[in-house]
Design a binder for this molecule. Structure first.
Ligand code: PLP
Length: 429
């Protein structure tokens, strides 16, 4: 039979996506990354078709002997590189990891304190997201505008007054670390547990460029495995508290997943090994690059958020683009030039501005993985200036972007072996 047109369409769209996003764009979406070819080669395996409900070596299915060993090893590797006692890789997303932990720490009607929206709290921490679905009430801790962070003194008062079941730290627009060390004794004094949501900064933690919340007595660390940690899309729960961890583990299956998408697991293991050996180098280049990008953008004439705090300590940079026409318009013009960013609410925006916020959020982790250094950040800032300040036609800038990207087509911070895909699936590009 001939290839039907709808099939051709699917193949074409997939190939075009690969070509465009893998070889022709500067990707600055802060929540994304790419796996190494090595991790991708084990991602495409028979595991993508299998079930393994339950815990390794205690499954409800036959045929699981290899995933049992792999999953136990992956959990061990994740715990090792995170300096945690326990890890569970089964949550299929960071949000699922949060849900599993929140549900054990609170009952419907209970209260949780979260970071203020201005300091980056994620929708899953709020009544609009996972906490709301669990019937747990969220109360935002007060914001300190000067430090662009949680107001420590007022938050301590709030913890003492509200006596929440737990507090959630960590964020999505996340430039500066939340004050875990300062809040921890006060939270634990009123019996509140601490969840540190490291979705964005997990790779920086593993690479030693961000404080490790477990060292500072957080009860749980939850994360996505695909943002600064450059693995397959997924989630993880980590903890040093055996009793609480076991409670969460008992509920991941059957409350939050039935099957947990097994092909993620060898790919997460490969990424963990890459981070064990190259994570320090990778994470330190990420934070150098984000600082370099922020400084270069400021020099080109952009209003970069947080100048008085040296802009950023993470992989992210936030830019106030009201003068250039607002977040929505700027993000679109940049996309026309093959520079991919997301529009983002800035700390002073009202929530109603979500469709046309003041800012752009940029993340350097993916381009760093392709080998970019500080000088390349300066080139990105110049390209952004051409589009957003000088008003050069985006299609003209796009040609420069495509040329520039040709120098960065290979994933670094990985091993020099690329086995063929276990299933011999041809690369689409
Ligand atoms: C991205 C993000 C999540 C959700 O992660 P998913 O893996 O997409 O479910 C959770 N918390 C924070 C702070 C995030 O930024």
């Amino acid at each position: 039979m001939q290839v039907p047109p709808e099939l051709q369409k699917v193949l074409d769209l997939t190939r075009e996506q690969n070509r465009w996003r893998r070889t022709e764009t500067i990707n600055l979406i802060a929540s994304e990354n790419v796996m190494s070819p090595l991790a991708e080669s084990v991602y495409m395996s028979d595991f993508m078709s299998r079930y393994a409900e339950g815990l390794p070596f205690k499954r409800y299915y036959q045929g699981t002997k290899y995933i049992d060993e792999l999953e136990a090893l992956t959990n061990q590797l994740l715990a090792e590189i995170s300096k945690a006692k326990f890890a569970d890789v089964r949550p299929i997303a960071g949000t699922i990891a949060n849900a599993a932990v929140f549900r054990i720490l609170g009952e419907p009607g209970d209260k949780a304190l979260i970071a203020p929206v201005q300091a980056g709290s994620h929708v899953s921490h709020t009544k609009f997201g996972t906490l709301g679905a669990l019937g747990i009430q969220h109360i935002e801790m007060p914001y300190d505008e000067e430090n662009m962070n949680i107001d420590v003194d007022k938050a301590i008062k709030m913890i003492e007054e509200v006596k929440p079941k737990f507090i959630v730290l960590g964020g999505s627009l996340y430039l500066f670390p939340h004050p875990l060390k300062e809040l921890e004794p006060h939270a634990h004094a009123v019996g509140a547990k601490i969840v540190y949501d490291a979705a964005h900064v997990y790779g920086l933690i593993v690479g030693g460029q961000w404080h490790n919340p477990l060292d500072e007595k957080a009860d749980f660390l939850t994360a996505s495995t695909h943002k600064t940690f450059p693995g397959p899309q997924g989630g993880v729960v980590l903890s040093n508290n055996e009793e609480l961890f076991k409670k969460v583990q008992k509920t991941i299956f059957p409350w939050w997943v039935s099957n947990h998408h097994l092909h993620r697991i060898p790919a997460t293991a490969v990424t963990s090994i890459e981070m064990k050996y190259f994570g320090r180098e990778y994470a330190s280049q990420i934070v150098k690059n984000s600082r370099a990008l922020a400084e270069a953008l400021a020099e080109e004439g952009f209003k970069v958020v947080g100048e008085h705090l040296e802009y950023t300590r993470s992989h992210q940079v936030a830019v106030d683009v009201r003068k250039q026409g607002g977040g929505a318009k700027c993000a679109k013009s940049l996309e026309d030039a093959n520079i991919i960013v997301n529009k983002n609410l800035l700390p002073n925006d009202p929530p109603s501005a979500v469709n046309d916020p003041s800012g752009l959020r940029l993340g350097v982790q993916e381009m760093t993985r392709y080998g970019m250094k500080e000088d390349d950040m300066r080139e990105i800032a110049r390209l952004m200036r051409l589009v957003l300040i000088d008003g050069v036609n985006p299609s003209e800038v796009k040609r420069k972007v495509v040329e520039f990207r040709k120098n960065f087509l290979t994933v670094k911070y990985t091993f020099d072996v690329v086995p063929e895909s276990p299933l011999k699936i041809p690369m689409l590009i």
